[in-house]
Design a protein. Structure first.
Lengths: 153, 58
């Protein structure tokens, strides 16, 4: 289980290849890449700024990773989260899981993302033509996490 | 300053710009990298204390 916070660009393909390199026990690698979008429901986004509090952020994401990894019985799991200033089209987050079979890995990645959306200690600011706006999780994010906890997400 | 609530009051007094923010909804208090809910929690010079604004998530 590995958590990395990176301040600058990262390549999700390279990271996933390194994550699985040398393993012969895994039958499935599931990876999710979240990208910075250039528009939101409300307005255009010119850039996104993510702040964090080290090592609290790493520790908390690590705790989520450990819990979910154990619950879904994956061989290994990985979270790489970018912080700092980024532009639309840039990868922000990579969540990956290795499983003996695919189902556990699919589920683990989905649940990990649900938790990260609500519980990761990160502070996100959207900068656009209308100004700067700090973001909080929305009702949908909380509903998805609650559903995931009930097991019907 | 002996407790978290003392510290919060001291910060609000020393930096009035932060006073309203500290009272805001969803401000979490972290002492030595662990979330603490009890305002009577003791603090000393050796502790690292953070008042975290509402988190955005990943």
């Amino acid at each position: 289980m590995l958590v990395r916070i990176v301040n600058g660009a990262f390549d999700p393909q390279v990271e996933q290849a390194a994550f699985v390199a040398g393993r012969t026990d895994a039958g499935a690698l599931v990876g999710f890449v979240g990208y910075c979008r250039g528009t939101t429901a409300r307005d255009a986004v010119e850039s996104l700024f993510l702040d964090y509090y080290s090592p609290f952020t790493e520790n908390e994401i690590g705790r989520i990773l450990k819990d979910v990894g154990a619950r879904y019985d994956v061989l290994d799991a990985l979270v790489i989260h970018r912080v700092g200033l980024m532009k639309p089209g840039d990868p922000i987050v990579l969540v990956a899981a290795l499983g003996i079979h695919r189902n556990q890995a699919f589920e683990a990645v989905r649940i990990l993302m649900d938790y990260l959306k609500t519980d990761a200690p990160l502070w996100k600011r959207e900068d656009g033509p209308e100004g700067r706006r700090w973001i909080e999780p929305n009702a949908d994010d909380y509903a998805r996490r609650a559903a995931a906890e009930r097991g019907d997400g | 300053v002996a407790t978290l609530s003392d510290l919060r009051a001291w910060v609000a007094m020393s930096m009035p710009d932060l006073a309203d923010l500290l009272e805001g909804r969803g401000v979490a208090t972290v002492v030595n990298l662990a979330v603490v809910h009890d305002p009577r929690h003791p603090v000393t010079d050796a502790d690292e204390v953070a008042f975290l604004p509402p988190m955005s998530g990943g």
